[in-house]
Design a binder for this molecule. Sequence first.
Ligand code: G6P
Length: 606
Amino acid sequence: MCGIVAYVGPKDAAPILLEGMQRLEYRGYDSAGIVVSNKGLKVRKCKGRVADLAKVVPARFKGGLGIGHTRWATHGVPSDENAHPHLSADQRIAVVHNGIIENAGELRAKLIADGVEFASETDTEVLAHMIAHAADENDTLEEAVRKTLKSVVGTYGIAVIDAERPGEVVVARNGSPIVLGIGEKEMFAASDVAALVRYTRQVVHLEDGELAVLKADGFHTFASDARETAKEPLTVDWDAGHYDTGGYEHYLLKEISEQPETITRTMSGRLDERFHVAHLGGLNMDARETRGFRRVKIIGCGSAYYSGQIGAQLIEELARIPSDAEPASEFRYRNPVVDPDTLYVAISQSGETYDTLAAVQELKRKGGRVIGIVNAVGSAIAREVDGGIYLHAGPEVSVASTKAFSSTAVAFALLALHLGRVRDLSPADGRRIVEGLRRLPGQIEEILTQSDKIAELAQKYATHASMMFVGRVRGYPVAREGAQKLKEISYVHAEAYPASELKHGPLALIGPDMPTVAIVPDDELLDKNLTTLGEIRARGGRVLMVGHREPEAKLADDVIVIPKNEIELDPILLTIPLQLLAYHAAVALDRDVDKPRNLAKSVTVE
Ligand code: G6P
């Protein structure tokens, strides 16, 4: 969602804030603003991108203390007035905020009754006025912030500065991430390590309910009851280079192209050739416990959920444990039955998705055993779960998930192998899967060489307003992810259906204007899938088939042929051409590939 950056130290804050905000733009980007403290607060903010803001920040915008924000509108339309920071009426306090203040209406009414005039429609502005009142009555800014937050209901990551205390920033977290960065005689804070890695690799993650005071020479953290908390700094292993486009035109293409290396990293050190098993030390589970689970329930949002569907299929096939995936956002609201014999798996690239985090917390509260499949080390979900598998895919910047998706699917193959080999998966089948996994990176390379051909197909198909994606069993989550990729970055309407369900409704839509992307792997369902292609073509529908060989009869208008792996692992490869198809369609339609409209990379609000 929105991005926060804060700085206190000997340098000028403004360039550091702007640079950090640029790194966070992928989280939210309809407006941006900064404030620095230098004999009073100096503010610049506007609707638009960080680059637009940089144009209105004067060269002499001096001050070694400042906070900045990139906004993704929730309360109030994107506008100059609604852009953060928000200031108190006396211009003493400035606040930037991620999250949603749920009782903002009530707090606002009270402030208005007290004679406060509001300058924006945002929920955040109430914080600025309330902290300013509290600052008059308390000795320290931290006390003023802490007391104010006691009357606030909702989620927040905030950074606050006070014109009268030009050497400190106060930050607080409840549901929206805040990370502190420790520098040499300077301190940083941000909503994401991406904004910090240029300056420091030493970070401290705040927990929900925690606050921190940052000064140039250090920081201290405390809980909402004012007790000091002890924090160990963590070293992040991502550096600024991971956040560059690396010569590619878009982050998305870079991230698609990185997949041979990123899935190799996910597997690295985890495959055992002797027993044909996967070593997953981070699960914190012994063999007896691992054998004890009778069900697996997977939760995640968006592409994480679709990768979970691939995971459920892998676990059922390899470990023969009943498994299913559900959107975390649904799961948490339906008062789920939490069962001691079920292994719960939460998936999240960012480790910060609010609905997934809340579902994990609900599960833990009810005594469920939860593991995480997470990319961002030290993120909220990673810290909340009982154990897990880190993806090691490196930072994913483009809003649409690609390399985290394939790494998650690979992590599930490892988990399925692990669960299977303590049960009934034979050594021979274990070997088959281990060898199959080892072939994946080279096979992805091969698929990537077809990028130009897929670009031509994308140009041809993207002229349609709507497309159908179909797949059966293993192919169905692939179809769902393919449709998701296409709609989110190219804005071409796309729907995914199990191929078997086509004749129960959506076939009515099929005709020359509605082409179908069909996932047709060479597996036991090949003939059934080919029959479906016949049905589509009989209605005048065009077919773009993704599979392992050209069909004998002319059942498809176009075919993308990809290398064959083991049937259980094929879905991982089948998603790759669909990523390229969506990418090239978005480029052909001149879309903002890395930052699609209305979407954010990490959805840290409900
Ligand atoms: C957002 C992003 C998606 C992502 C989903 C889950 O909706 O736009 O690309 O799949 O969040 O994110 P997570 O970080 O939890 O995997």
